[in-house]
Design a binder for this molecule. Sequence first.
Ligand code: PAF
Length: 265
Amino acid sequence: MEHSAGLTTGLVPTMGAFHEGHLQLMRAARIENDRVVVSLFVNPTQFGVGEDFERYPRNLDRDIALAESVGVDVLFAPDTQQIYPRPGCTIHVPVVTERWEGQIRPHHFSGVATVVCKLFHIVCCDVAYFGQKDLQQCIVIRRMIDDLNIPVRFSMQPTVREPDGLAMSSRNAYLTPEDRARAPMLQQLLQSVRKAIKEGNCTPDQLDKWLHSASTKLEIAGFSVDYFECIDLEDAHAVRDISRPCALIVAARIGRTRLIDNLLI
Ligand code: PAF
Protein backbone atom coordinates (compact mmCIF):
# COMPACT_ATOMS: atom_id res chain seq x y z
CA MET A 1 0.00 0.00 0.00
CA GLU A 2 1.04 3.62 -0.37
CA HIS A 3 0.82 6.55 1.99
CA SER A 4 -1.95 8.85 0.72
CA ALA A 5 -1.81 12.54 1.43
CA GLY A 6 -3.97 13.43 4.37
CA LEU A 7 -5.38 9.92 4.93
CA THR A 8 -4.26 7.90 7.93
CA THR A 9 -3.95 4.13 8.04
CA GLY A 10 -4.22 2.15 11.26
CA LEU A 11 -2.75 -1.36 11.36
CA VAL A 12 -3.79 -4.12 13.76
CA PRO A 13 -1.27 -6.98 13.45
CA THR A 14 -2.79 -10.32 14.49
CA MET A 15 -2.40 -14.06 14.20
CA GLY A 16 -6.16 -14.52 13.79
CA ALA A 17 -8.60 -16.54 15.94
CA PHE A 18 -10.22 -13.21 16.79
CA HIS A 19 -11.76 -12.57 20.17
CA GLU A 20 -13.13 -9.44 21.79
CA GLY A 21 -9.57 -8.22 22.52
CA HIS A 22 -8.75 -8.14 18.79
CA LEU A 23 -12.08 -6.50 18.00
CA GLN A 24 -11.37 -3.72 20.52
CA LEU A 25 -8.04 -3.02 18.79
CA MET A 26 -9.88 -2.85 15.46
CA ARG A 27 -12.52 -0.52 16.91
CA ALA A 28 -9.83 1.78 18.31
CA ALA A 29 -8.14 1.82 14.89
CA ARG A 30 -11.49 2.49 13.21
CA ILE A 31 -12.20 5.51 15.43
CA GLU A 32 -8.78 7.08 14.91
CA ASN A 33 -8.03 6.43 11.22
CA ASP A 34 -9.38 6.84 7.71
CA ARG A 35 -8.38 3.30 6.77
CA VAL A 36 -8.05 0.20 8.92
CA VAL A 37 -5.88 -2.74 7.89
CA VAL A 38 -5.77 -5.97 9.92
CA SER A 39 -3.01 -8.42 9.17
CA LEU A 40 -3.64 -12.09 9.86
CA PHE A 41 -0.51 -14.20 9.75
CA VAL A 42 0.40 -17.06 12.07
CA ASN A 43 4.07 -16.18 12.05
CA PRO A 44 6.20 -19.35 12.16
CA THR A 45 9.40 -17.56 13.19
CA GLN A 46 8.05 -16.54 16.59
CA PHE A 47 7.23 -20.12 17.62
CA GLY A 48 9.92 -22.30 19.16
CA VAL A 49 10.45 -26.01 18.58
CA GLY A 50 7.68 -27.96 20.33
CA GLU A 51 5.46 -24.88 20.71
CA ASP A 52 1.91 -24.65 19.36
CA PHE A 53 2.45 -23.39 15.78
CA GLU A 54 0.70 -26.42 14.23
CA ARG A 55 -2.28 -26.42 16.59
CA TYR A 56 -2.65 -22.61 16.83
CA PRO A 57 -6.40 -21.96 16.23
CA ARG A 58 -7.19 -20.97 12.62
CA ASN A 59 -10.62 -20.00 11.25
CA LEU A 60 -10.35 -17.58 8.33
CA ASP A 61 -14.05 -17.42 7.40
CA ARG A 62 -15.08 -16.55 10.95
CA ASP A 63 -12.28 -13.96 11.20
CA ILE A 64 -13.30 -12.30 7.91
CA ALA A 65 -16.89 -11.96 9.16
CA LEU A 66 -15.76 -10.53 12.52
CA ALA A 67 -13.38 -8.04 10.91
CA GLU A 68 -16.17 -6.90 8.58
CA SER A 69 -18.53 -6.48 11.52
CA VAL A 70 -16.28 -3.80 13.08
CA GLY A 71 -15.64 -1.94 9.83
CA VAL A 72 -12.16 -3.16 8.86
CA ASP A 73 -11.29 -2.06 5.32
CA VAL A 74 -8.60 -4.61 4.46
CA LEU A 75 -7.83 -8.01 5.96
CA PHE A 76 -4.32 -8.86 4.80
CA ALA A 77 -3.72 -12.61 5.16
CA PRO A 78 -0.46 -13.45 3.39
CA ASP A 79 1.05 -16.93 3.19
CA THR A 80 4.47 -17.82 4.53
CA GLN A 81 6.12 -17.66 1.10
CA GLN A 82 4.94 -14.05 0.64
CA ILE A 83 6.37 -12.94 3.97
CA TYR A 84 9.52 -15.08 3.93
CA PRO A 85 10.43 -15.78 0.27
CA ARG A 86 14.01 -16.65 1.30
CA PRO A 87 16.08 -16.63 4.48
CA GLY A 88 16.40 -12.89 5.08
CA CYS A 89 17.32 -10.11 7.48
CA THR A 90 16.04 -10.39 11.02
CA ILE A 91 15.67 -7.82 13.76
CA HIS A 92 17.21 -8.24 17.15
CA VAL A 93 16.07 -5.80 19.83
CA PRO A 94 18.70 -6.08 22.56
CA VAL A 95 18.26 -6.12 26.34
CA VAL A 96 14.45 -5.88 26.60
CA THR A 97 14.13 -9.22 24.78
CA GLU A 98 16.61 -11.06 26.93
CA ARG A 99 14.44 -11.55 30.01
CA TRP A 100 11.04 -13.06 30.95
CA GLU A 101 9.38 -14.32 27.75
CA GLY A 102 12.67 -13.92 25.91
CA GLN A 103 14.47 -16.21 28.31
CA ILE A 104 11.86 -18.93 28.09
CA ARG A 105 11.25 -18.51 24.32
CA PRO A 106 14.72 -17.53 23.02
CA HIS A 107 13.89 -16.63 19.36
CA HIS A 108 10.35 -15.44 19.99
CA PHE A 109 10.90 -11.67 20.04
CA SER A 110 13.23 -11.68 17.06
CA GLY A 111 10.42 -13.40 15.11
CA VAL A 112 7.88 -10.87 16.39
CA ALA A 113 10.03 -7.78 15.73
CA THR A 114 10.97 -8.96 12.24
CA VAL A 115 7.42 -9.71 11.11
CA VAL A 116 6.00 -6.55 12.68
CA CYS A 117 8.66 -4.42 10.98
CA LYS A 118 7.85 -6.09 7.64
CA LEU A 119 4.12 -5.51 8.17
CA PHE A 120 4.72 -1.82 8.97
CA HIS A 121 6.51 -1.45 5.64
CA ILE A 122 4.10 -3.54 3.57
CA VAL A 123 1.03 -1.74 4.91
CA CYS A 124 2.62 1.75 5.16
CA CYS A 125 0.65 2.38 8.32
CA ASP A 126 0.67 5.56 10.40
CA VAL A 127 -0.45 3.96 13.66
CA ALA A 128 -0.18 0.37 14.92
CA TYR A 129 -2.36 -1.12 17.67
CA PHE A 130 -1.26 -3.75 20.18
CA GLY A 131 -2.89 -5.20 23.29
CA GLN A 132 -1.45 -4.64 26.75
CA LYS A 133 -2.01 -8.37 27.36
CA ASP A 134 1.39 -8.96 25.69
CA LEU A 135 3.13 -6.24 27.69
CA GLN A 136 6.71 -7.29 26.98
CA GLN A 137 5.89 -7.49 23.27
CA CYS A 138 4.63 -3.89 23.53
CA ILE A 139 7.88 -2.82 25.20
CA VAL A 140 9.93 -4.58 22.49
CA ILE A 141 8.00 -3.06 19.58
CA ARG A 142 8.04 0.42 21.11
CA ARG A 143 11.81 0.07 21.49
CA MET A 144 12.22 -1.15 17.89
CA ILE A 145 10.20 1.81 16.56
CA ASP A 146 12.34 4.16 18.61
CA ASP A 147 15.73 2.60 17.82
CA LEU A 148 15.08 2.30 14.08
CA ASN A 149 13.24 5.65 13.74
CA ILE A 150 10.26 3.91 12.18
CA PRO A 151 7.60 6.55 11.38
CA VAL A 152 4.76 4.65 13.02
CA ARG A 153 2.88 5.73 16.13
CA PHE A 154 2.58 2.92 18.67
CA SER A 155 -0.75 2.54 20.47
CA MET A 156 -1.19 0.14 23.39
CA GLN A 157 -4.80 -0.70 24.24
CA PRO A 158 -6.07 -2.12 27.56
CA THR A 159 -6.45 -5.88 28.01
CA VAL A 160 -9.97 -7.15 27.43
CA ARG A 161 -11.11 -9.67 30.06
CA GLU A 162 -13.73 -12.35 30.55
CA PRO A 163 -16.30 -11.50 33.27
CA ASP A 164 -14.25 -13.50 35.82
CA GLY A 165 -11.07 -11.54 35.03
CA LEU A 166 -9.24 -13.97 32.74
CA ALA A 167 -7.41 -12.03 30.02
CA MET A 168 -8.81 -12.90 26.60
CA SER A 169 -6.39 -14.89 24.49
CA SER A 170 -6.66 -17.18 21.48
CA ARG A 171 -4.80 -19.78 23.57
CA ASN A 172 -7.62 -19.88 26.18
CA ALA A 173 -9.25 -22.31 23.72
CA TYR A 174 -6.70 -24.94 24.88
CA LEU A 175 -7.92 -24.85 28.51
CA THR A 176 -9.81 -27.86 29.86
CA PRO A 177 -12.92 -26.94 31.93
CA GLU A 178 -10.94 -27.61 35.17
CA ASP A 179 -8.00 -25.46 34.07
CA ARG A 180 -10.35 -22.74 32.80
CA ALA A 181 -11.92 -22.59 36.29
CA ARG A 182 -8.49 -21.99 37.87
CA ALA A 183 -7.13 -19.60 35.21
CA PRO A 184 -8.59 -16.36 36.71
CA MET A 185 -6.23 -16.87 39.68
CA LEU A 186 -3.51 -15.12 37.70
CA GLN A 187 -5.43 -11.87 37.59
CA GLN A 188 -6.71 -12.25 41.16
CA LEU A 189 -3.17 -12.58 42.50
CA LEU A 190 -1.90 -9.67 40.40
CA GLN A 191 -4.72 -7.58 41.87
CA SER A 192 -3.94 -8.65 45.41
CA VAL A 193 -0.22 -7.79 45.06
CA ARG A 194 -1.12 -4.41 43.57
CA LYS A 195 -3.54 -3.78 46.45
CA ALA A 196 -0.82 -4.66 48.95
CA ILE A 197 1.61 -2.30 47.19
CA LYS A 198 -0.90 0.54 47.26
CA GLU A 199 -2.01 0.03 50.84
CA GLY A 200 1.09 -1.29 52.53
CA ASN A 201 4.59 -0.13 53.24
CA CYS A 202 6.19 -1.25 49.99
CA THR A 203 9.86 -1.78 50.85
CA PRO A 204 11.98 -3.86 48.42
CA ASP A 205 11.98 -6.77 50.91
CA GLN A 206 8.23 -6.58 51.38
CA LEU A 207 7.59 -6.51 47.62
CA ASP A 208 9.85 -9.51 47.24
CA LYS A 209 7.77 -11.39 49.82
CA TRP A 210 4.44 -10.47 48.16
CA LEU A 211 5.70 -11.63 44.76
CA HIS A 212 7.07 -14.85 46.19
CA SER A 213 3.88 -15.57 48.12
CA ALA A 214 1.69 -14.98 45.00
CA SER A 215 3.90 -17.34 43.01
CA THR A 216 3.67 -20.00 45.75
CA LYS A 217 -0.14 -19.74 45.82
CA LEU A 218 -0.21 -20.42 42.07
CA GLU A 219 2.09 -23.43 42.46
CA ILE A 220 -0.13 -24.82 45.25
CA ALA A 221 -3.16 -24.43 42.94
CA GLY A 222 -1.42 -26.59 40.31
CA PHE A 223 0.27 -23.98 38.12
CA SER A 224 3.89 -24.21 37.10
CA VAL A 225 5.11 -20.62 37.40
CA ASP A 226 7.72 -19.24 34.98
CA TYR A 227 7.83 -15.83 36.65
CA PHE A 228 5.83 -13.48 38.86
CA GLU A 229 7.66 -10.16 38.80
CA CYS A 230 7.54 -6.41 39.04
CA ILE A 231 9.17 -4.72 36.02
CA ASP A 232 10.09 -1.29 34.79
CA LEU A 233 7.96 -0.25 31.79
CA GLU A 234 10.88 1.29 29.90
CA ASP A 235 13.20 -1.68 29.60
CA ALA A 236 11.43 -4.56 31.39
CA HIS A 237 14.09 -5.04 34.09
CA ALA A 238 12.97 -6.31 37.51
CA VAL A 239 12.39 -3.50 40.00
CA ARG A 240 11.80 -3.29 43.70
CA ASP A 241 11.54 0.53 43.75
CA ILE A 242 8.09 1.36 42.41
CA SER A 243 8.55 5.12 42.12
CA ARG A 244 8.92 4.84 38.31
CA PRO A 245 6.16 3.50 35.97
CA CYS A 246 6.12 -0.25 36.44
CA ALA A 247 3.93 -3.34 36.08
CA LEU A 248 3.38 -6.72 37.66
CA ILE A 249 3.80 -9.58 35.17
CA VAL A 250 3.11 -13.28 35.45
CA ALA A 251 3.53 -16.35 33.23
CA ALA A 252 2.41 -19.81 34.33
CA ARG A 253 1.46 -23.14 32.83
CA ILE A 254 -1.70 -24.99 33.72
CA GLY A 255 -2.12 -28.37 32.05
CA ARG A 256 -1.02 -27.94 28.43
CA THR A 257 -1.67 -24.20 28.37
CA ARG A 258 0.74 -21.38 29.10
CA LEU A 259 -0.94 -18.20 30.30
CA ILE A 260 0.49 -14.69 30.71
CA ASP A 261 -1.03 -11.61 32.29
CA ASN A 262 0.01 -8.27 33.78
CA LEU A 263 -1.20 -5.26 35.70
CA LEU A 264 0.11 -1.70 35.53
CA ILE A 265 0.94 -0.10 38.87
O1 PAF B 1 0.53 -10.51 19.23
C1 PAF B 1 0.46 -11.21 18.20
O2 PAF B 1 -0.59 -11.73 17.82
C2 PAF B 1 1.72 -11.44 17.37
O3 PAF B 1 2.84 -11.54 18.19
C3 PAF B 1 1.94 -10.36 16.29
C4 PAF B 1 2.15 -8.99 16.90
C5 PAF B 1 0.74 -10.32 15.35
C6 PAF B 1 3.18 -10.70 15.46
O4 PAF B 1 3.05 -11.91 14.80
